[in-house]
Design a protein around this ligand. Structure first.
Ligand code: BES
Ligand code: MN
Ligand code: MN
Length: 454
C-alpha cells in the first residue's frame, strides 16, 4: 500500500482519534484544568510513540508540561523541529456553542470543538502524517524533533527558559509549525510573518472605598470615568495610536512586498462576512491587509469595575480595571514600547487616581525571507495535498516560540496553516474544515517525505 492509499484508508480512524484528543479540556488559563493539561500532555506523548518516536519526554516546567520527542535515524538527512501546542483557550461563553465545546461534532463538512483549528487539529495533522510515513515505509526518511507545549495560549512563559537550556537538543535545520491560517478556502498558504504582542493590565484607584453616588457624586472623581477618558485618548481620528514614539521604529514595507500582499486572492467581502460588523475603520493610509499584517495596534481587551449585576446600583466605584494589548511589527522593541505605553498612560491620568501598571507578557514580531530551498519543498507538498499552488502571506496573530526559535537558531521557519480566518479560533463554535484537515495530512506527509531530498 502506498502512502496516499494508507492516508485515504485511515480517514475515519484519524478523525475518531482527533476527537479523543479534543475531548480533553486542556485549558491552560485555568488552574481547575491542571489534571486535563497533564492528561493532554500524556495523550500527545502516547501518540508520538504510536507515530514511531522512541525517545519521548514529558518535561515539567513552572507551569504546564511540554512534550519533546525525537527520531534521529536518518544520518546525513536534514533535521526538522516541529512545534505546536496542546493547550486551548477557555470555551466560555458556553451557551453560545451549537454543540458542546469539548464534545466534538461534525456538521456541514466541518469538525466543531475547542482546539479543532487552534491547535490540536493542526498538531494531529503532523502526528498522523508522521505515523503514516512510519507505517508505510517502516521509518522516517528525515530526522524529526517534536516540541508540543501547553502554555501557548497563556504566553509561552516557560518556553524561553527551556529553549535557552536545551539549545543543542533543539537544534535543527528548519522549524515547521502549523498554528496559523490559510488565506481562504482552497488557497493553501505559507505564513512568513507574524505580529508580536505585549499584554498589559491597569488598576486605577480613586476613593478608599465604594461610595454612594448621591452622597458623594459631583465632588469625587470616578475612576471608571477616568478610565474611559483615558482610553478615548489613545487613538486619533485617523486611528493612529497616540503614544509618542509608538511608530518611530516601525519598518516600512517595501514597494514590491506591498504590491505582492495587496495582489493576493484576499477578499474584502469574505473578511466582512467573517467579522459581521455594521462598518469598518482602521489606520488611515493603509489597505485592510496592510492594517492586519503589517501595522502595529493598540487594543482594549477588557474593562471592568463598578456594578454589573441586575437592576441599578448607584455607586462610585473605588477601582476600575482594564486589560489591553499592543500588536507589534518588525523593528519595534517590545520593552521600549511597554515603557512608552506606561509613560504615556501615567502622563494622561489625572492626579485624582492612583495607577498600578502591569506588563503581563511581551513578544517581538517575526518576519523572514522565504527563499531557502525548504520553502519550495513546502510549496510543492501543499500543491500535492491540495491540488493548488500555495501563496506566501503574513498574518496578524502571534506565536512567541517562532520568534524565539528564529532569533536563537536563525533557521528557516516554515509556517503552514490549515485553519481559516473564519473558523472561530478563541470563540464559540470553533471548527476546522475537514477538507483542510485531510488535505493537511496529505500535504504534511509529502513535506516530511520530500525533505529527504534536500
Ligand atoms: N495560533 C494562534 C496565533 C495565530 C492565529 C497566528 C492566527 C496566526 C493567525 C495562537 O494560538 C494565539 O492565539 N496566539 C496569541 C498570542 C499568545 C501570546 C497568547 C495571540 O495571537 O493573541
Ligand atoms: Mn495557536
Ligand atoms: Mn490561540
Amino acid at each position: 500500500m502506498n502512502l496516499s492509499e494508507f492516508i485515504e484508508g485511515n480517514r475515519d480512524a484519524h478523525l475518531a482519534e482527533l476527537c479523543e484528543f479534543l475531548r480533553i479540556p486542556s485549558v491552560s488559563a485555568k488552574s481547575e484544568h491542571k489534571p486535563d493539561i497533564e492528561r493532554a500532555a500524556r495523550w500527545v506523548a502516547d501518540h508520538l510513540r504510536a507515530a514511531g518516536f522512541q525517545k519521548i519526554e514529558i518535561v515539567q516546567t513552572n507551569l504546564h508540561p511540554l512534550v519533546y520527542a525525537e527520531s534521529l535515524d536518518a544520518p546525513g538527512k536534514p533535521t526538522v523541529l516541529f512545534y505546536g501546542h496542546y493547550d486551548v483557550q477557555p470555551a466560555e461563553p458556553l451557551d453560545l456553542w451549537t454543540s458542546p465545546a469539548f464534545e466534538p461534532s461534525v456538521r456541514n463538512g466541518n469538525l466543531f470543538g475547542r482546539g479543532t483549528a487552534d491547535d490540536k487539529g493542526q498538531v494531529h495533522i503532523h502526528l498522523k502524517a508522521l505515523e503514516s510515513i512510519q507505517k508505510v515505509h517502516g521509518k522516517l526518511p528525515i530526522n524529526v524533533k517534536v516540541l508540543i507545549e501547553g502554555e501557548e495560549e497563556v504566553g509561552s512563559v516557560s518556553l524561553w527558559d527551556y529553549v535557552q537550556k536545551n539549545k543543542e537538543k533543539l537544534k535543527a535545520d528548519a522549524l515547521v509549525v502549523s498554528d496559523t491560517s490559510m488565506l481562504a478556502k482552497g488557497v493553501p498558504s505559507i505564513t512568513y510573518g507574524l505580529r508580536g504582542l505585549n499584554y498589559y493590565q491597569i488598576e486605577l484607584t480613586g476613593p478608599a472605598r465604594d461610595l454612594h453616588s448621591g452622597v458623594y457624586g459631583g465632588a469625587v472623581p470616578n475612576p471608571l470615568t477616568i478610565l474611559t477618558e483615558l482610553f478615548a485618548k489613545l487613538h486619533d481620528k485617523n486611528f493612529k495610536v497616540t503614544v509618542p514614539g509608538f511608530y518611530d521604529k516601525v519598518a516600512k514595507i517595501s514597494a514590491p512586498e506591498r504590491k505582492a500582499l495587496n495582489s493576493l486572492p484576499w477578499k474584502k467581502k469574505a473578511f466582512e462576512e467573517a467579522v459581521g460588523a455594521p462598518g469598518y475603520a482602521g489606520e488611515k493610509g493603509f489597505t485592510t491587509v496592510e492594517q492586519l499584517w503589517t501595522r502595529p495596534t493598540f487594543e482594549l481587551n477588557g474593562v471592568w469595575g463598578g456594578y454589573q449585576g441586575e437592576g441599578a446600583k448607584t455607586v462610585i466605584p473605588a477601582k476600575a480595571y482594564a486589560k489591553f494589548s499592543t500588536r507589534l511589527v518588525p523593528n519595534q522593541d517590545p520593552h521600549r514600547i511597554a515603557g512608552l505605553v506606561e509613560k504615556h498612560i501615567r502622563k494622561l491620568l489625572p492626579k485624582t487616581v492612583r495607577c498600578k501598571f502591569q506588563v503581563l507578557s511581551t513578544g517581538k514580531a517575526w518576519v523572514a525571507p522565504y527563499h531557502a530551498p525548504i520553502f519550495k519543498i513546502a510549496q510543492g507538498a501543499l500543491e500535492k495535498g491540495f491540488g493548488k499552488k500555495a501563496v506566501f502571506i503574513r498574518e496578524g496573530g502571534s506565536i512567541p516560540f517562532v520568534t524565539q526559535m528564529h532569533d536563537t537558531f536563525k533557521v528557516p521557519c516554515v509556517l503552514i496553516g490549515f485553519g481559516l480566518p473564519d473558523e472561530n479560533a478563541h470563540a464559540p463554535d470553533e471548527h476546522i474544515a475537514l477538507e483542510n484537515y485531510f488535505g493537511g495530512i496529505r500535504a504534511i506527509a509529502h513535506l516530511y517525505t520530500d525533505l529527504a531530498a534536500l
